[in-house]
Design a protein around this ligand. Structure first.
Ligand code: UD1
Ligand code: UDP
Length: 386
């Protein structure tokens, strides 16, 4: 039997860990590969939460997170730290995910060492250089550097083709987040008793789950979002707001200023993935500027009010379950109020839709890699929503 091929996955933030976990688990079990994981540690507690839930172990952790880190500093430290490990490990392929600083710097570090690169979650685009910032440019540059593109959807493939990426290098896999959700969500899941939510009656109340953290929303936009959320809760007595606040101090400060002190608003620490995704499942609707939650909530039939002016994930808007409000206070209030008051509108929105995957994305990625390294033939079948 041929010697195993060395593949290294590099990631550093909460969403990358959640979405790479299904891939890593399969690669680690595959005898044709010897797999290693490098963490940049761009995130700390929020990353550790995910590693624990999925029982992932890292071979290296650069532990680079600093409070209120600036993009330029983190970028420089990531490239330097990663280069040393890549030089000594000499993998046959490096896998990165998505669009973070870790993603772009790992891609550049791979390129500088002339190591082939696979990009998981390739081809997502808004077409707006500064929105989301800096993710739109991070993922575009990563796709420019990548040799294998794992595009979640047909639309993502089209985006790559328009940028001149050849068809042979693109594989429509579905999004690995659907694999993760399917592993984690349980119909009879009970929230942990120690969670400070005992006052929330999920049967009688309309529970609204909020997340917000985007860099382009920090400041005035986030203030609008939080003022809107507060007004919604004050106006609708039958609602409760749960907000697991991102650990970014810039988010925490605005959240404390505009949302603290109201009985029906519950500000929490970031939740582990098992708790969070089951909380999405139990919620009436979600208000969010997150990328990943736009993919997860539709499959659970939970309406999303999107707190961003652009999205690289229009598929769920087309399906009807995600409604874009942007960051204007009045638009957020009127759209959310309609979902609270108008039963027919709510029902037509709360339809389950899964345009992002079928739970087999990680298997498809593994099969592409087996074919790529000549361990197997014709084992890849693309994801299709038909
Ligand atoms: C980053 C990603 C963004 C992703 C988000 C997921 C980039 C450019 N952005 O956001 O795409 O949606 O992560 O959450 O890579 N912090 C902690 N503990 C943690 C994590 C963060 O204290 O475990 C605090 C630190 O003060 C840190 C700050 O949050 O400096 C911001 O973290 P950072 O990774 O820079 O966040 P974003 O760039 O906003
Ligand atoms: N998430 C979590 N705990 C929380 C909030 C979010 O586990 O308290 C998960 C969520 O289900 C999704 C991911 O974190 O899979 C999204 O992370 P985030 O919104 O920070 O990043 P983005 O997806 O916008 O890059």
């Amino acid at each position: 039997m041929a010697a195993p091929v060395k593949i290294i996955s590099i990631f550093g933030t909460r969403p990358e860990a959640i979405k790479m976990a299904p891939v890593i688990k399969l690669l680690e079990r595959e005898k044709s590969f010897s797999h290693k994981t490098i963490l940049t540690g761009q995130h700390e507690e929020m990353l550790t939460q995910v590693l624990d839930i999925f029982s992932l172990k890292a071979d290296y952790n650069l532990k680079l997170m600093e409070p209120e880190q600036r993009l330029a500093d983190l970028t420089a430290r990531c490239i330097t730290g990663l280069t040393e490990i890549i030089q000594s490990e000499k993998p046959a392929l490096i896998l990165v995910h998505g669009d973070t600083t870790t993603t772009l710097t790992a891609s550049l570090a791979a390129f500088y060492q002339q190591i082939p690169l696979g990009h998981v979650e390739a081809g997502l685009r808004t077409g707006d250089k500064y929105s989301p910032f800096p993710e739109e440019i991070n993922r575009s540059l990563t796709d420019r550097l990548a040799d294998l593109h794992f595009a979640p959807t047909g639309l993502n493939q089209d985006n790559l083709r328009e940028e001149g990426i050849v068809a042979e290098k693109i594989f429509i896999t579905g999004n690995t987040v659907i694999d993760a959700v399917q592993e984690i969500v349980g119909e009879d899941y009970a929230l942990p008793e120690e969670l400070p939510l005992s006052a929330v009656d999920f049967q009688r109340k309309k529970v609204i789950l909020l997340t917000a953290h985007r860099r382009e929303n920090l400041g005035a936009n986030m203030k609008n979002i939080f003022l809107a959320a507060r007004e919604i809760i004050e106006k609708h007595q039958e609602t409760e707001l749960i907000f697991p606040v991102h650990l970014n101090p810039k988010v925490r400060r605005i959240a404390e200023e505009f949302l603290a002190g109201e009985e029906r608003i519950h500000l929490l620490k970031p939740l582990d993935y098992l708790t969070f995704i089951n909380l999405v499942h139990k919620s009436y609707l979600v208000l969010t500027d997150s990328g990943g939650i736009q993919e997860e909530a539709p499959g659970l039939g939970v309406p999303v009010v999107l707190l961003r002016e652009t999205t690289e994930r229009p598929e769920a808007i087309k399906a009807g379950v995600v409604k874009k409000a942007g960051t204007d206070r009045d638009r957020i209030i009127s759209l959310t109020s309609r979902l609270i008051n108008d039963k027919d509108f709510y029902q037509s929105t709360a339809e389950k839709a899964n345009p992002y995957g079928d739970g087999r994305a990680a298997r498809r990625i593994k099969n592409v890699l087996l074919e790529h390294f000549n361990f197997a033939q014709d084992v890849f079948t693309p994801f299709s929503i038909e």
